[in-house]
Design a protein around this ligand. Structure first.
Ligand SMILES: Cc1cc2nc3c(=O)[nH]c(=O)nc-3n(C[C@H](O)[C@H](O)[C@H](O)COP(=O)(O)O)c2cc1C
Length: 260
């Protein structure tokens, strides 16, 4: 059974659906109308439906109600560049947790990120309780302690300095099936979407590198996070309201680039 249906009275035969299909699942027939090539293996990216200017094309696995109208408003390059380069890792948070409704929006933005072969197989763990975030930091330190950590770090932790999760009130952790080769890049891109969407709402974000690294080798941390069976932790973000705002953008190393 064909998944793709074309309303020939609406179709302008512009070939856009064919051009944008990444798997060549659509071809033009002898009359110039798009037609499904079932053996090509559609990856359900939805581009064919989304690009059609007249709404002539529908896909049985992708109901029309699930599509959003595309934004016509672009931020100016200066606004966008300024926003991107002014983003900072926040390491001092206020105690107030991020509201559930905001987290839902951020997760929804993250699921719009590009993913290899449109896999969409990330699983999210959201820790909304600051005390639980602190317990996860403790479990991370438990592992670091036995695997060789800078003693000054450990002393700092003992005196109440949370170098792991920075006293953040909220933590989002991304997981992917352990045998999925693109889990880490997919998760990093999705978390980057989330980070920028959070920043746009005035929230502060910091990547949870210690926790991610330790979760790969320390089962008690995965248990504390309730990581689903067969999944690996691929990345995480601390989220909350930052205590400080930045007046300047720090310098970066010069670019290393070769033009060919
Ligand atoms: C994958 C990744 C892991 C990171 N892990 C941590 C971390 O565990 N703790 C931390 O304080 N910062 C962490 N950071 C933040 C970096 O230290 C920070 O991005 C870098 O110093 C540049 O500063 P900026 O983000 O303000 O531009 C991480 C960043 C990335 C991309």
């Amino acid at each position: 059974m064909s998944q793709i249906t074309v309303n020939q009275s609406l179709c302008k035969k512009d070939g856009a659906c064919v051009a944008v299909c990444p798997t060549r699942t659509i071809a033009l027939n002898a009359e110039g109308f798009p037609e499904e090539v079932p053996e090509a293996g559609c990856m359900l990216c939805g581009h064919c439906v989304a690009v059609c200017p007249t709404g002539a094309l529908t896909h049985s696995e992708l109901p029309d109600e699930a599509f959003l109208p595309a934004s016509k408003e672009l931020p100016s390059p200066a606004l966008m560049d300024g926003f991107l380069i002014s983003r900072r890792s926040v390491r001092e948070f206020k105690k107030r947790p991020v509201a559930r409704e905001t987290l839902e929006v951020l997760l929804d933005v993250a699921r719009r990120a590009p993913m290899a072969s449109n896999s969409q197989n990330l699983h999210w763990i959201v820790v909304e309780d600051g005390a639980k975030v602190h317990d996860l930091a403790q479990e991370t330190v438990n592992c670091l302690q036995s695997s060789g950590i800078n003693p000054a770090r450990l002393e700092a932790w003992k005196s109440g300095y949370d170098f792991v999760l920075r006293g953040a009130p909220t933590l989002v952790v991304g997981c992917a099936p352990a045998d999925y080769e693109w889990g880490k890049p997919d998760c990093a891109i999705a978390l980057t979407y989330m980070e920028l969407a959070a920043e746009a709402r005035g929230l502060g974000v910091c990547w949870a590198g210690y926790l991610t690294r330790v979760a790969a080798v320390h089962a008690p941390l995965r248990q504390a996070l309730s990581v689903p069976e067969g999944h690996a932790v691929c990345g995480g973000l601390m989220l909350g309201e930052g205590k400080y705002s930045y007046r300047k953008v720090p310098p970066r190393k010069p670019l290393s680039v070769q033009w060919i």
